[in-house]
Design a protein around this ligand. Structure first.
Ligand SMILES: Cc1ncc(COP(=O)(O)O)c(C=O)c1O
Length: 388
């Protein structure tokens, strides 16, 4: 850049946000290994099968699609289908984003800032607390512990509240632990939010993956007048490549501020992705059934493995979602080293807890991929040689 050009560039700040450790780890490995045994998404839905699910209207939309900009708030039919997944949400209570990730980025930037306090379940998806922290807000990580079955501890949560607490962020079903809030805890959480006038931001990207559908909790956006629900096509719907996510809330003022912020990020969604998401959501029962079927079959094998290796791993069986967070208990074997050796020897990728900044020899185990039987057999072969 010439000197005169450099003078024209306005003073800029460094990007003040730490690296997203999980994404950096995946960047190194995800597409260079034979088996990703730590993915949080479900095996990608085949495009040809999705197109076959289109009805007359969506087939015409797909065939007649042109590739211009789309409506910034999201295709009206898409918002209608998303709204239909809630009890009390109207299409105008929904704003779409490029995945859940953009929604988190915009929400934190709009909802919190310096002087605000935010409580976030942890270990967890890093942007839920890192983006909030980068806005200048104070963060308390509400630690989940294996010894509590990964449950949210309401008494401890109450003690973490401050007069400045503005947002409580809970991910359920949860990554990486596989925890799902039980109803009593959820009711207690809602009470705490209501009493304190604190907003609840529910990351529900794994909603729909309850192993027993009767366990499904009310969405945050339905449970509280100003509750905020985060949803996405990536996990339960197995379509991460669409990059279609959303926020649903009755708080229209918040949605308007989010829409104004989104003008600085993606402006609008990808047109083809919107139509494909409409097709998928109209066929959501079949799409979700496929996802739950893949997970159920895998879970049986994984349960069997951990039963055989009870003396070498802990395993809190998830009751929902596509991940679990076992712990390697063999003395003197560090999970980071073991994971590195495993990937070298067998081409199987697991995700050490250190990627979440969480000590204790845990690792995330993914349950949603169809190559799991082969991956697990390789892991077992390696475990039988290295963990005696
Ligand atoms: C809890 C949680 N929230 C949000 C996201 C982001 O979803 P997406 O990659 O579809 O933007 C993820 C992805 O792993 C996640 O696990």
């Amino acid at each position: 850049m010439g000197e005169s050009m450099a003078r024209m560039v306005p003073h800029h700040r460094d990007v003040r946000i730490p690296d997203f450790a999980l994404e950096r780890y995946f960047t190194e490995w995800e597409f260079n290994v034979e088996h990703v045994l730590c993915a949080s998404d479900v095996e990608g839905f085949p495009m040809s099968e999705l197109i076959a699910l289109a009805d007359t209207e969506t087939r015409a939309l797909w065939k007649g699609l042109n590739l211009g900009y789309t409506e910034s708030t999201g295709h009206p039919l898409l918002r209608r289908e998303i709204a239909a997944t809630y009890e009390s949400i109207e299409p105008d209570d929904v704003l779409t984003f490029a995945g859940a990730e953009e929604a988190i980025f915009c929400l934190m930037n709009v909802a919190v800032g310096p002087g605000d306090h935010v409580i976030v379940t942890w270990p967890g998806y890093q942007s839920l607390y890192e983006v909030a922290r980068a806005t200048g807000a104070d963060i308390t990580l509400h630690g989940l512990h294996e010894s509590d079955g990964w449950a949210v501890d309401l008494d401890r949560l109450k003690s973490e509240l401050r007069p400045t607490t503005k947002l409580i962020v809970v991910n359920t079903p949860h990554s990486p632990t596989g925890m799902m809030l039980d109803r009593t805890t959820y009711d207690g959480l809602i009470e705490i939010a209501e009493e304190g006038g604190i907003r609840l931001f529910m990351d529900e990207v794994y909603r729909g993956l309850e192993y027993d559908e009767t366990d499904r909790l009310a969405a945050g956006a339905d449970a509280l007048p100003d509750g905020i629900s985060l949803g996405v096509m990536s996990k339960a719907y197995a379509m991460a490549g669409l990059r279609i996510g959303w926020i649903a809330t009755h708080d229209r003022d918040l949605l308007a501020r989010l829409a104004a912020f989104k003008d600085y990020t993606t402006i609008c969604s990808s047109g083809p992705s919107e139509i494909l998401a409409i097709i998928a959501l109209r066929a959501r029962d079949r799409v979700l059934e496929r996802s739950r079927g893949i997970i159920a079959a895998n879970l049986e094998l994984v349960d069997g493995f951990f039963e055989d290796y009870l003396d070498r791993f802990t395993w809190i069986r998830p009751s929902a979602g596509s991940v679990g967070f076992p712990r390697l208990t063999v003395p003197g074997v560090a999970i980071d080293d073991w994971a590195a050796d495993l990937v070298k020897a067998e081409g199987v990728l697991i995700l050490p807890g250190s990627v979440f900044g969480y000590a204790g020899n845990h690792f995330r185990f993914g349950l949603g991929r169809t190559d799991l039987p082969d991956a697990l057999a390789r892991l077992e072969k390696f475990a039988s040689k290295t963990l005696r």
